[in-house]
Each structure stands twice: as structure tokens, then as C-alpha cells.
Write a protein that binds this ligand. Sequence first.
Ligand code: NCN
Ligand code: DMD
Length: 352
Amino acid sequence: MTLEEVVRSITPADQKAAAAAKARWDSIAKPLGSLGALEDAVIRMAAMMGTPNVDISKRAVVVMCADNGVVAQGVTQTGQEVTAIVAENMSSGDTSVCAMARHAGAEVVPVDIGTATPLKGERILQKNIRRGTADLTQGPAMTREEAERAVLTGVEIAKDLCAKGVKLLGTGEMGIGNTTTSSAVACVFLNREPVDMTGRGAGLSSEGLVRKIHAIETGIALNQPDPADPLDVVSKVGGLDLAGLAGVFLGGALCHVPVLVDGFISSVAALIAARLCPACTDYMLGSHASDEPASKLVLAELGLEPFLYAGMRLGEGTGAVAVMPLLDMGLAVYREMTTFEATDIEAYQPLT
Ligand SMILES: O=C(O)c1ccc[n+]([C@@H]2O[C@H](COP(=O)([O-])O)[C@@H](O)[C@H]2O)c1
Ligand SMILES: Cc1cc2nc[nH]c2cc1C
């Protein structure tokens, strides 16, 4: 499929199924609406799936791994080599998201979408578009064609997983320097200044933070990304992980499968997808508000409410995976609870 075909094929979520799910919640013997965001999530998932019989039993988290040329500007605490080390550990099950995913019953799918060096590991999907991006302070991070190929790769990965029966997708990433690219992309879309949108990422000194803000200012001034053209923005000041994850959001929407946003980087990828295809936001679920300063602004722009305010800022998909057990618990009540009709409690009347 071409990107235009993908965008054209995504349809809004089904409001009839949402109404049926809401009716089911309102029949359950408990105060109306009292499970708050858990009820909303089940209703929204019913709309996404087109049925009140919500099923998220099979789940996977796609972890896009890529390197970013902007690390040459001293914008990160650790070196670029960490990307490959952590990405390979995704394959052996030795990362934070892997431990959490085992608990949440999710498959971790690490993808080499653009790491600087080839990755070893049986479980890694080898989809490298290029061996790391160029330094965005010197010119565009990548070509428009490379960005488009990365988006389409994400779409295909999501479609393949859905074809294998996955009913809930999580997004995650690993890429030293990707909070710099994410802040740059967010600045362009939200028309904000880098000083307000930039944080310390995986850990950065105060001098490093000044360099990071300066690199973003330079990259935007030099490349002049067009905020009305998402592929222009992601190719000039973004990264391959951002482009690939934007594709996962589109692919999930195409398959009527909910896609959980993770932290700051993932939320910016969701914003790229939303700018490519506004209807795909119907298929997104928030997870947590990352500690990165711009995280809440980006989630608000997407109209998403995070479940968790837990001060997390790890990435990898840890936030997305963290809310899966919460969704399971919401669904347990939705499916298993007795109704007002079956008890002696008089049904609540909706508040007027
Ligand atoms: O998801 C987040 O909100 C998040 C916030 C800060 C850091 N990270 C992770 O840390 C890495 C990026 O940080 P940095 O400082 O190298 O730009 C990358 O591998 C992300 O997974 C992730
Ligand atoms: C060790 C390490 C693990 C990570 N996981 C996601 N980003 C990361 C950054 C570092 C530095």
C-alpha cells in the first residue's frame, strides 16, 4: 500500500459499538461511571473494534530502534553505542520493557529501523532504512523518501502483527538522542520555542541541556520544516524511530486495533501520525505522562488522557505495557460483574 492509500483507508471508530459498551457499563451494579478512565478506555476500544465484545488477549509492543546524527552535538549523556547494546538486549529479553512485558503478557517486537550498526539477535526484525540519521544541525536528518519508507515499514509491521491475531498494540523505542529529535518535531507542530519543549532525556547536565536547546534551534532555523507537511518535518528534524512508530499508529488504525502511546517520543510519533491522518487518533490510547516537559502538551494536542502520572521517563514501551494490566482489570469488571437487573439495587439514574 502507498501512504496515500493507507491514509484513505483509515475510517473513524464505530460510535454504535461505543454506545453498546456504555450501556453495558451503565447496567453494572456499581455507581455510574465510577471506574472513570477504565470505563472510557473500554468504550473507546469497543468503538475501535466495532463491537462491544472487547478482546485484548493477544498483545505486542513494537520497539523501534534507531540512531540519531544529532548526538554529535553533545546532546546526550551516553554515547550512541548504547542504542545497539539495549536494542540487542531486547532480543534476549534483558531490558526493562521485556521484564514488564512478561508480567503483562505482551510480546516484545524489537525492530532495527535505523541503528548505526547492524544488530544481532534472533527476535530483531531487520528493517534498517539507513545506518543512523544525519546531524540535523548540519542539514536534513534524512531524505523525504527514507522517512516515507520508515512510516510504511511501521504500517506493515502493525498489519503483520494484527494478521497474526494481535488485538492490542503498544509502541516503544530505543535510540540515544531521540528526545532531541522529538522535541524538535514537537516545537514545529505546536509552534513552540525549544526552551519550553526540551528536557534532560535519559539524563543530561545543565550545560548539555543548553547545547540541546541550541541544536534544536539551529536545526529548525536551518532546515525550515513545514508544519503542514508531516513527512517534511520528520525527515528534516525527526528520526527513523519516530517515522516508524508513526506507521505503527497508522497500521493499528487501519486494522481497527487500539495502539497504546508510550512516553514522550512515542507521543510525538503519534502526533506525526495524527497530522498525516487525523482519523487515526480514534485508535490511540494514552498510557502515562512522561516526565519530559513537553509530554503533557503533546498528549493534550492529541486529545489523550494518560492513565498514569508516575514520573516515568524510560521509554522502550514501558509506559504502554504498564497500563495493559489496568485495561485487563477494567475489562474483568466489564465482562464479569453482575448487573443492577440481577440484584436488588435500584439502577442509578444518570445525573442531570
Ligand atoms: O519515553 C520517554 O518519555 C523518555 C524520556 C526520556 C528518555 N527516554 C529514553 O532515553 C533515550 C533518549 O534519551 P536521550 O537523552 O538520549 O535523548 C531513548 O532510548 C528513550 O527510550 C524516553
Ligand atoms: C541504559 C539505557 C537504557 C534505555 N532504555 C531506553 N533508553 C535508554 C537509555 C539508556 C542509557
